[in-house]
Design a protein around this ligand. Structure first.
Ligand SMILES: *Cc1c(COP(=O)(O)O)cnc(C)c1O
Length: 219
């Protein structure tokens, strides 16, 4: 199936209240432009270098989301144009983003990435760390940043019950933090598990291969 067909199939499965982040990592600028021309404006990349190569070649009204692990020394390269950093997994990173954004007189939205998967290979804050960080934010520690929500990745498994359990944990944390200060975005779900994520309360999903096709890392 073509990218255009895939895109329509995914869009048709999403309630209008759910944001789609089209994850374009490893895919060429031409593929991104094709999806852009269908009306999509929000795209996600996981590597700074790749984003910096693509960004100048694409329309300026794209809302770029960084969804991969971000090293503090790379924040300065994206601070001027990134819309949302979904993968904030340390206080050090949050402080660096706050500092760099301050130089550009704008605000960046960030999501706290919370570890919910049973496997411990993934980046992310422990739940208690995320709560502590959010409280510091509420107390005014990071004035240039807006924490607008949470992001999580479930265990990579066919067991949708396990996946559901993990998504519901994040939904609960989201509800708790939302009591302290209103949040907008709960980012959960990828190509294989986004319907489950939406069932569990996600209002933003990050879909790559179901739109762009399988990633070829050999190129
Ligand atoms: C690659 C990636 C996705 C998209 O994965 P697909 O399975 O291709 O939909 C979503 N979130 C993150 C953090 C990713 O790195």
């Amino acid at each position: 199936m073509s990218i255009t067909e895939n895109y329509h199939i995914i869009k048709n499965q999403l309630p209008s209240t759910v944001q789609l982040v089209a994850v374009s990592k490893t895919h060429p600028v031409s593929a991104i432009q094709e999806v852009y021309d269908l009306g999509q404006r929000v795209f996600g990349e996981n590597k700074v270098q790749e984003l910096l190569e693509k960004y100048p070649l694409l329309p300026k009204d794209i809302e770029w989301h960084l969804i991969g692990h971000l090293q503090t020394n790379k924040v300065k390269y994206i601070a001027e144009f990134i819309d949302t950093i979904q993968s904030v997994d340390s206080e050090k990173l949050l402080a660096e983003i706050n500092k760099e954004v301050g130089k550009h007189n704008r605000k960046i939205k960030v999501l706290l990435q919370v570890k919910i998967a049973a496997e411990d290979t993934k980046f992310g804050l422990e739940i208690t760390e995320a709560k502590d960080l959010f409280e510091k934010y509420i107390n005014g520690d990071f004035p240039n940043i807006e924490i607008t929500g949470l992001m999580g990745m479930a265990t990579f498994t066919d067991d949708l019950e396990q996946v559901k359990k993990e998504f519901l944990i994040l939904k609960k944390v989201f509800n708790e933090l939302n009591q302290l200060k209103k949040l907008e975005t709960l980012s959960m779900g990828m190509s294989d598990d986004f319907p489950t994520a939406i069932e569990c309360g996600a209002n933003s999903v990050r879909v790559g291969s179901a739109i762009f096709g399988r990633r070829d890392y050999s190129k």
